[in-house]
Ligand binder design. Structure first.
Ligand code: PLP
Length: 244
């Protein structure tokens, strides 16, 4: 299904190459401005709705980590690209009936926001793959969003998740409400970093803040992002949303 997009959704490699180097340049520039070391921020290429062939091209151009929002779509692409050493990050809302697929295919989950789902992912994680890396999705500015937990509920969820043997809690993720001014963009990212700083006192293994997308990656890097999730500025606009 995901490989049958109209041909114009498949980009010319040269355009993809230009996009990747421009995003890379922006990340490196933002690291410098923030006084952070080169390479301290990694790029997660958000490939949702894009065909496997485009991901293959992106891998040839040096990318290895891909973000997907729909479990079925991720599983199909992972199967089609099983010959490549790719790292799959699940970043979309998690339906309870998709946890087995997510636990089997993903290397990382960024969108954990319920204990029930955490328990299922832990139980369903194949032992030979080792614990699944997870981030808790936090509601920062966008309190109307359906996904994510409120900051005040995070410590309790953290305490419960660290007990689960199939999961390795690595940090926090957020998707703020869109804002155009850098100063406004930074507020929610700062809030996420401060929350992580508080949690890290007891849990030094927390090392990953997933924040920043095409429109606000500079603000996120300035506030300490370790992973930025970029779709549009790498692969172009998403024409049709493929749902699982
Ligand atoms: C789609 C998506 C992105 C990428 O957004 P762009 O604005 O296209 O860069 C990042 N994170 C999540 C959770 C997404 O769903």
């Amino acid at each position: 299904m995901v490989d049958q997009l109209p041909y114009d959704a498949i980009m010319m490699p040269t355009e993809l190459e230009r996009n990747i180097s421009e995003v890379d340049r922006r990340i490196r520039a933002a690291e410098r401005v923030a006084g952070r070391s080169a390479g301290s921020v990694s790029l997660l290429a958000v490939s949702k709705t894009k065909p496997s062939e485009v991901i293959r091209q992106a891998h040839r151009l040096g990318l290895a980590a891909f973000g997907e929002n729909y479990a079925q779509e991720m599983a199909e692409k992972a199967a089609a690209l099983a010959d490549l050493p790719l790292c799959w990050h699940f970043i979309g809302p998690i339906q309870s009936n998709k946890t087995a697929l997510i636990a089997e295919v993903s290397d990382w989950v960024h969108s954990l926001d319920r204990l029930k789902v955490a328990r299922r992912l832990s139980e369903q994680r194949p032992t030979e793959k080792g614990p699944l890396n997870v981030l808790i999705q936090v509601k920062t500015s966008d309190e109307d969003s359906k996904s994510g937990v409120l900051p005040e509920a995070v410590p309790e969820l953290v305490a419960a998740i660290t007990e689960l043997p199939g999961l390795a809690l690595r940090g926090l993720m957020t998707i703020p409400a869109p804002a155009t001014h850098p100063a406004q963009q930074r507020g929610p990212f700062r809030q996420l970093r401060e929350l992580m700083d508080q949690l890290s006192v007891a849990l030094p293994q927390l090392d990953t803040l997933s924040m920043g997308m095409s429109a606000d990656l500079e603000a996120a890097v300035a506030e300490g992002a370790h992973i930025v999730r970029v779709g549009t500025d790498i692969f172009g606009a998403r024409y049709n949303q493929v749902r699982s």
